[in-house]
Design a protein around this ligand. Structure first.
Ligand code: TTP
Ligand code: MG
Length: 226
């Protein structure tokens, strides 16, 4: 995945540079974005709208999904897409927009996991996939110019996920994070083939050394803007 550095010189984009911050559940996307927000005032940072997913007029879709996936996967994923579209379509006068996750990882990691486990019935999967294909073909803002990937071993991500105690996730098994890890790998190889620069951060590292990687990554993103 270090093809990204060669691509820096060939990637020139209009303002703003749209960057998706990706990684498994619990990999540290929010932590990275918090750091960027405090460290740099030339970046626009947007966090994933989990609070909307856990409170849609009093309904906790995330909790319902984990509790009864067969019933709730479709409405939950549909709402994830809507809120992500809102997030990715925001306007900004900053040079770089960093966003936690994208419609692409939702589609190629989560929907695929739900399809292969049978959680999403083939017809429901097909509807969501067709919606995705439609808005990707219509809206440029859905496709990131670059991806930051916080790579973690699933056991580390799982430990972090459990330790932050998001109650909805208390029974999510390690096997699910292993499956998502593999799907992220497949999806990112696809994006790499499409020449999207991918900056990989070893997010297993402890915080004190991780910060150096964060700064290097921010420096590389800045180069894409030159
Ligand atoms: P993540 O999008 O991985 O966000 P996070 O805040 O857990 O990650 P980090 O610790 O790196 O900041 O997942 C949020 C929750 O939403 C998680 O339980 C997985 C779930 N989810 C889906 O089920 N489907 C989706 O399409 C997405 C994007 C998330
Ligand atoms: Mg997060």
């Amino acid at each position: 995945m270090d093809k990204s550095s060669e691509l820096i010189s060939s990637t020139r984009v209009d303002r703003p540079l749209r960057v998706s911050v990706e990684g498994n559940i619990g990999s540290g996307k929010t932590t990275f974005l918090n750091y960027c927000q405090h460290r740099r005032n030339d970046v626009d940072v947007a966090f994933e709208p989990v609070s909307q997913w856990t409170n849609l007029n009093g309904t906790n879709l995330l909790s319902n999904f984990y509790g009864d996936p067969g019933k709730w996967a479709m409405p939950f994923q549909s709402y994830v897409s809507l809120t992500m579209l809102e997030l990715w379509s925001r306007r900004s006068d900053k040079e770089i927009c960093l966003t936690e996750r994208s419609l692409l990882s939702s589609r190629y990691c989560f929907l695929e996991a739900m399809r292969s486990s049978g959680t999403l019935d083939p017809a429901m999967y097909s509807i969501l996939v067709q919606w995705h294909a439609f808005y990707v073909s219509k809206f440029d803002f859905v496709t990131p110019h670059a991806i930051v990937y916080l790579e973690t071993t699933p056991t580390v991500a799982h430990r972090r996920m459990l330790s932050r105690s998001r109650t909805e996730e208390s029974s999510v098994p390690l096997a699910y994070l292993e499956q998502l890890d593999a799907l992220h790998g497949i999806w990112l190889r696809r994006e790499q083939t499409a020449n999207i620069p991918i900056f990989v951060i070893d997010a297993d590292q402890p915080m004190d050394t991780l910060i150096k990687s964060y700064d290097e990554c921010l420096g590389n993103l800045k180069l894409l803007r030159l």
